[in-house]
Ligand binder design. Sequence first.
Ligand code: NAP
Length: 214
Amino acid sequence: MKIGIIGSGGMAKALAGKWSSKHQVMLSGRDLEKASGVAAEIGASAGSAQEAAGFGEVVVLATRWEDVFSGIDSAGGPDAFQGKVVIDINNPVSIETFLTTREDDRSLTQAIADHLPGAHVGKAFNMAQVAVWEDEDMTYDDRQMVTLYTADESADSVIAELIRDVGADALRLGGNEHAYQLEAAAAIVIKFLFAGRDPQTIFNFIQPEVKAVR
Ligand SMILES: NC(=O)c1ccc[n+]([C@@H]2O[C@H](COP(=O)([O-])OP(=O)(O)OC[C@H]3O[C@@H](n4cnc5c(N)ncnc54)[C@H](OP(=O)(O)O)[C@@H]3O)[C@@H](O)[C@H]2O)c1
């Protein structure tokens, strides 16, 4: 699969670092030299946001949540996302109040889907901290980590595959009408992270039974 990532920060690096052994991945950023340096460390390539969106059959929105729509603009606007699977990993959460920051009744994921009518959208990877996604072995107490996600039917199988490719199991919560639940749950995770809890212990869904894992 060809994966373009808008961003080259902590989450982009953690996910791309896992995907690059199996997929072709292009990172991006406003500072191309910085993005190229990150890409070189993990066996990915780097380009502008427009190049990353053009490259990917899958495009991951991995700026800070405040920059998601400016990132989409940098990539060329909604036309650049036509027919692509778009993964929203962002948590619109205030780190002062630990409440979600959405001002209308749509989740960020639904606002993205409304803005990109030609894309197949889902939300994933938002429920654990970057240190967890960097873990080589996503098994805890011999059980595989489970990642909740939401997706349009048309994005479901691709997003599930990319979750499995980072070493987690994929559990679909439903369509993107459920994304607000993932965003609100992430606010709880972030509150406890900021209070000093171990990232691996917060909402770490695991398989109910010990089983052979990769
Ligand atoms: N960190 C976590 O533990 C974690 C966990 C789950 C979900 N998330 C979510 O994941 C998202 C990314 O988090 P992060 O920690 O990876 O953030 P980060 O390290 O701050 O990275 C943000 C990236 O976005 C790039 N960027 C910003 N505006 C851009 C634009 N217009 N075009 C292209 N690239 C742009 C930045 O690069 P330049 O400055 O070079 O442009 C930077 O590489 C956030 O929304 C967060 O809520 C984070």
